[in-house]
Ligand binder design. Sequence first.
Ligand code: GAR
Length: 197
Amino acid sequence: MLRVAVMASGGGTNLQAILDAIRDGAITNAQVTAVICNNAGAYAVERARRHGIPAFIVSPAAYESREAFNEALLQTVDACRPDLVVLAGFLVKIPAPMIETYRNRIINIHPSLIPSFCGVGYYGLKVHEAALARGVKLTGATVHYVDEGTDTGPILLQKAVEVRQDDTPESLQRRVMEEAEWVILPEAIDRIANGRI
Ligand code: GAR
């Protein structure tokens, strides 16, 4: 059974999609054993508690320096003994020592078709604002392995979503989540858990 630690910063709808997929049998051979958040107010924490999954808060504000926070984050992840770390809307840069320790065992969901609208500064709603500003007709989501760069690791899965004439950043964000993110993130975990990556 693959032990999955999910890291999230906000609403946790991708976490929810993973939990639903496990419940429905769309993900097999995996269990979410921990949720790690950088923000105690994240609704992802509430979702974890409702499912009886331990939630850990590691907030940069609680530490004297970035180094101390990075160390605490790695210690928290280590204590969960994950086989796979899933960044599901985790908006903090993963420290290099953690990437080194968990090489090829950290995946991230990004709300665009990488290499478009990714890298430093492209997260959350900003990604969809940029896609609309550029006037692309197709966008989507990407699951990729995490390396030292920002959104530069090997791509695992992508799914395209059509942009509509009347889309707002919010409506596009919602459709990219529903049609792409909540589909390919559970699928990537299922593939990894069953040796199909
Ligand atoms: C998702 O759209 C995810 O793709 C994005 O943050 C949102 C989190 O939503 N991640 C990034 O932008 C990473 N660069 P959620 O908390 O409801 O899953």
